[in-house]
Design a protein around this ligand. Sequence first.
Ligand code: FES
Length: 173
Amino acid sequence: MKDDRPPTLWTRRDVQTRSAWALLGASLVAMVGAFVRLLFPRVRAEPPTKVVLGSPEAFAVGEVSERYKRTHRFVLVREAAGFYALRSVCTHLGCVPAWSAGQEKFKCPCHGSGFHRDGVNFEGPAPRPLERLAIALDAEKNLVVDTAVVLRRERGEWSRADAFLPYPSAGHP
Ligand code: FES
């Protein structure tokens, strides 16, 4: 029987072969792309750990400022001699102590631990003082607290220079 169909350039086998090669090529390109992405992982930017609080003059002597507690989980304490920052994390099970100006202490709402204004524990189940955060003045003479530098009293770290910022400090009247 005579085939009346017009001749084509490609046979069915040609089309299948080319499709298979195209598929293989696309797979290879995708694999190479994935491999290259592995070599250059996307870097996730961590939030900055240094919190700029502004001028020391904005804080009154004797003040316990809780304005950074919600956003950065620390309180700033201004003494006549200078500043320190306390982490707002109870050392018992991690609740957030609140400053009670009337009682002159931090009180944890969870199990009743109490801390003096310098962070030292004196009542309740908390086994150790609150932690301090490193504090300094930057080049513009703003207070800066570094939430990544945690200082523990029981390790002797409160005697470090960055655990307490004398103010007025030398060179910063
Ligand atoms: S978490 Fe603060 S006393 Fe338990």
